[in-house]
Design a binder for this molecule. Structure first.
Ligand SMILES: CC(C)(COP(=O)(O)OP(=O)(O)OC[C@H]1O[C@@H](n2cnc3c(N)ncnc32)[C@H](O)[C@@H]1OP(=O)(O)O)[C@@H](O)C(=O)NCCC(=O)NCCS
Length: 170
């Protein structure tokens, strides 16, 4: 598949926020709490990485957003993490290896950027009903470390040592 990666900064959010938000809405529905201002806040935060995946015709097909947190959840794992806030591939382009390629690009970018050097763990969190997301991360070796109740649903929390992350996604 002929794809390219684009680093998303303030300029890209200003130019393409509606396109990014439409992709997020494709999984969260139109009631998503994500907004252009929220997206801008994330890309402006000091330790962050946002990547878009585009097809050759420039169609947006994927998005990954990672940023620093002091803990994913202080009661479960009270350690600084790079947190995968969003990883989404357009529903029409799934199961073609794009999500895996995007994770590899995330790992390579983190390894080459000194801003991420002090982080020894990477993690993420998802709804237990998200079978596809759980299967994808299990394939990539993430282990569950605990569960939390968020409103009416339960989220699984995952964490991985950064060395392991780089080893697996080389
Ligand atoms: C999770 C997600 C990012 C995966 O993207 P993708 O491009 O389809 O992933 P890949 O094609 O690289 O999949 C790699 C492997 O992961 C596993 N996998 C991925 N999606 C799966 C699914 N729905 N069911 C079972 N296994 C799955 C498979 O082992 C797959 O390899 P295979 O296709 O050769 O069997 C995508 O399904 C998505 O955007 N889901 C909605 C958002 C989400 O759940 N994000 C993650 C939590 S924040």
């Amino acid at each position: 598949m002929n794809i390219s990666f684009e680093t998303i900064g303030e300029r890209e959010v200003e130019a393409s926020a509606s396109e990014f938000l439409a992709l997020i809405q494709s999984i969260e529905g139109s009631s998503t709490t994500w907004s252009a201002a929220y997206l801008m806040g994330l890309v402006k935060s000091e330790v962050n990485l946002a990547l878009a995946v585009r097809m050759q015709n420039s169609e947006l097909v994927g998005l990954a957003i990672v940023h620093a947190v002091s803990a994913i959840n202080p009661l479960i794992l009270n350690e600084p993490h790079l947190f995968l806030r969003r990883l989404v591939i357009s529903p029409h382009f799934r199961r073609a290896g794009i999500g895996g390629a995007l994770m590899q690009r995330v790992a390579a970018t983190i390894a080459s950027d000194a801003r991420f050097g002090s982080f020894s763990k990477i993690g993420w969190q998802t709804n237990l009903n998200n079978a596809g997301g759980l299967a994808f991360f299990s394939t990539n070796g993430f282990q569950p470390v605990g569960r939390i109740t968020v409103g009416s649903h339960v989220d699984e929390i995952f964490s991985m040592d950064m060395e392991e992350f780089h080893r697996r996604l080389k």
